[in-house]
Ligand binder design. Sequence first.
Ligand SMILES: O=C(O)C(=O)C[C@]1(C(=O)O)C=C[C@@H](O)C=C1
Length: 357
Amino acid sequence: MSEDKLLPLRQQIDAIDAEILALLNRRAKIAQEVGHVKAETNAPVFRPEREAQVLLKVAERNPGPLQGADVQTIFREVMSACRALEKRVTVAYLGPAGTFSEQAVYQQFGHAVEGLPCVSIDEVFRATEAGTADFGVAPIENSSEGVINRTLDLLLQTTLNISGEVSIPVHHSLMTKEGTMTGIARICAHSQALAQCNAWLNQHYPSIERQAVASNAEAARMASENEAVAAIAGEMAAQKYDLQVVSANIQDDPHNRTRFAVVGRLQNGASGKDQTSLVLSVANKAGAVYKLLAPLAKHGVSMTRFESRPARMGAWEYYFYVDVEGHAADDKVAKALDELQQNAAFYKLLGSYPRSF
Ligand SMILES: O=C(O)C(=O)C[C@]1(C(=O)O)C=C[C@@H](O)C=C1
């Protein structure tokens, strides 16, 4: 009988689990000590650069057979639980619960956090600026639909820094209460999700009415209360609202991803694998942008992103959102930014933070 063979293997697993448990609690006790040291100096509990270093190290050292990314997921949760012994950080995000924004919070902070769902991106920034939340998580860009303008505008105005970046795959599913499309009169989702599934919907359900609602989670909630409504949302929402998936992965682009910015009052130290975000503007003259960015090339700093956004009220034509490799305190980045600032009519450093992985 296979049970006879399983018993000794399970006994080994039990013994190893006991060792893991003891080690986890040893780690947790040290984290508590770290917490006491930090409390004496009022130092920040969440240190993204240190967490990034720990996660990079475990992936490097990982002998297998566990996958590097899976080991990182485990250690992210271990650090999250240890951090919660020091202080449970509160993170504001674009709610309601069950959205991809909530998933982004867990991806960055692990599950031992206090999520604070907010009704708008403005509210995420406001709650974080007011100190109601320690950090905020706001969507910044979707790979199919482009930038989230409101977040870019708020980054321009805020006193907060970017202290992290999260990129998550966005897989949409069509879901209903009964798991069938029979009797469905409306398909509801956030306008972004409807746009991201447009071709698929045209092909499969061209004659069913589509309705844009405040969020995918709201669509899922509506579907849970109305048998004539189907929702497009992530699997997390299906679980939360007890819905059945009719079709999974219906987004037109299989590689659809959304990038989120983590904002807070923290100024990160360097992790060794960082990125720096800034906003710039120059007078509207021929060759001005080229000249503006010249110090990056001069000091060998790579630009990883360049986004322009019309300046609606200012004295300048465009704001440029620029990401460069490295930390603002790195020698060559510091020199490049210093020169760049002299060329710019407007300059705002948004923050340096570990690159997402
Ligand atoms: O090293 C620290 O500063 C800690 O507080 C420990 C720890 C960890 O569990 O490894 C926990 C929280 C911080 O965000 C970083 C790391």
